[in-house]
Design a protein around this ligand. Structure first.
Ligand SMILES: NC(=O)c1ccc[n+]([C@@H]2O[C@H](COP(=O)([O-])OP(=O)(O)OC[C@H]3O[C@@H](n4cnc5c(N)ncnc54)[C@H](O)[C@@H]3O)[C@@H](O)[C@H]2O)c1
Length: 420
């Protein structure tokens, strides 16, 4: 079978990892044809990271007009996903779009419609669904091991200050807000685990508690101001949160140096984009901690907590079901079930493979290619993308207006586009 001829749109942190995967691990099934990014210097600097070269287009439309490209991966900032996907479907490409599908529920529906009209694959890049622990958990749920789920808690600990507050992600106009940009991942996991029930309303509390000028992790010297970027900061050496891109050493490995060039002075001259704004001082309208509560149409409930100031990185889940209590831990790679009316405890230890996001990224990329080559059904679709974005969007509204928000306020829940 012929190789899938791929283009990547947006060759930043995420795009470069997949470009590398397509042209190395998956090279027997994929030909990396081109990279599209308005920043030519950044795209050129990515070749060492990728370990291969490809054509560069600074105009996305020019790349999409090419007849020798079958499929594209969209890894631009979130606010561009909708527009880029619409253009890609117009050009009849298959699309793997990283989360979120769009930054509004309505935008998601427009993308689903465009995919259907074009009769092309819309593959939703929810890599969490390819996590080995969550896949085992889903299998156990489908086998009826726990009975019916009536409540779920998802807790994410991720030291995300640097990731979210030093660049575009910190502003809603680019990311939709962290409940969409980040939360859509986790809301999708909850929707996926519970199965058929649909979310109907949400409530949420969230704010910036730590990443502000009251919580610098070093004592200030008299008349010496921190920031505005890590590279320009007088406290770079003593700050435990100093950006590693700014600090990349000359003797670092080839990929680290390539990445540092992608976000270094030369590339920044083109678009001013650096990833090292001081995360304590940057202007931001997203949160660094919060809790969201969701109610489903069968009466089941769920909560999701996001903590972006923490020493650990983990996702932990607690499920309450008619058959007992379940916990799953992605860092520990285990699932534990305590059946009702018993003192028993059944533990499942799961072997974790290597690769980005605990092995989930290569599994997802491989599945995308299989979907194109052999009609394999995607693990996550545009419909899943729409429901999770709608929960995130409702959370952002709940936070702003301090009220419970109905999902139907942000998504046409009766739309035929939401039917499989
Ligand atoms: N699934 C995951 O685990 C995961 C993890 C990180 C990021 N992401 C998603 O990946 C996407 C990219 O995030 P990132 O961290 O790589 O961002 P990034 O800032 O590192 O890279 C974005 C790239 O897009 C380019 N770009 C900007 N405007 C463009 C345009 N009009 N056309 C084409 N390219 C354009 C930028 O020049 C940059 O190179 C986001 O949607 C993000 O939500 C997903």
């Amino acid at each position: 079978m012929a190789k899938v001829r791929m283009g990547i749109i947006g060759i930043g942190g995420r795009g470069v990892g997949f470009a590398r995967m397509f042209s190395n691990e998956l090279k027997s099934r994929v030909q990396l044809m081109a990279l599209a990014d308005p920043n030519r210097e950044r795209a050129e600097a990515s070749f060492d990271y990728i370990g291969a070269q490809a054509d560069i287009h600074t105009d996305v439309n020019e790349m999409l007009a090419r007849k020798d490209i079958d499929a594209v991966m969209v890894t631009t900032p979130d606010y561009l996903h909708e527009e880029v996907c619409l253009t890609a479907f117009k050009a009849r490409k298959h699309v793997l779009v990283d989360k979120p599908l769009a930054i509004t529920g309505r935008g998601c529906l427009r993308v689903i419609e465009a995919a259907r009209k074009a009769d092309r694959l819309l593959y939703m890049g929810f890599n969490m669904r390819h996590d080995v622990v969550l896949q085992r958990l889903k299998k156990l749920i489908l086998a009826g091991t726990f009975g019916e789920i009536f409540s779920m808690q998802a807790i994410e600990h991720y030291n995300g200050g640097r990731t979210y507050m030093s660049r575009w992600n910190r502003l809603k106009k680019f990311s939709g807000g962290l409940w969409i940009h980040k939360g859509s991942h986790d809301f999708d996991v909850l929707n996926w685990l519970i199965g058929a029930p649909r979310p109907v309303r949400v409530s949420c509390f969230a704010n910036v508690f730590t990443l502000n000028d009251r919580h610098f992790p070093f004592p200030l010297r008299r008349n010496v101001k921190p920031g505005p970027t890590c590279s320009a900061c007088a406290y770079q050496k003593e700050c435990p949160d100093a950006c590693p891109v700014a600090a990349a050493a000359d003797n670092a490995d080839v990929r680290t140096r390539s990445y540092a060039r992608m976000f270094g002075d030369e590339a920044a001259r083109n678009d001013g984009y650096r990833k090292d704004l001081c995360m304590y001082l940057s202007d931001k309208d997203t949160h660094d901690q919060g809790i969201a509560i969701v109610e489903y149409d069968n009466g089941a409930t769920a909560s999701h907590s996001e903590y972006f100031v923490t020493p650990v990185s983990n996702r932990h889940y607690l499920l309450e079901a008619t058959g007992g209590h379940v916990e799953a831990d992605l860092h520990g790679n285990w699932i534990e079930f305590r059946p009702r009316w018993s003192q028993d405890k059944v533990t499942h230890n799961v072997h974790r493979p290597t690769g980005g996001h605990g092995g989930a990224d290569p599994r997802m990329a491989a599945e995308f290619v299989e979907c194109i080559r052999s009609g394999h059904r995607p693990t996550a679709s545009g419909i899943d993308g729409a429901w999770s974005v709608a929960i995130g969007e409702a959370c952002e509204l709940s936070r702003a207006e301090r009220r419970t928000v109905e999902i139907k306020e942000v998504l046409d829940v009766k739309s035929p586009l939401l039917k499989k």
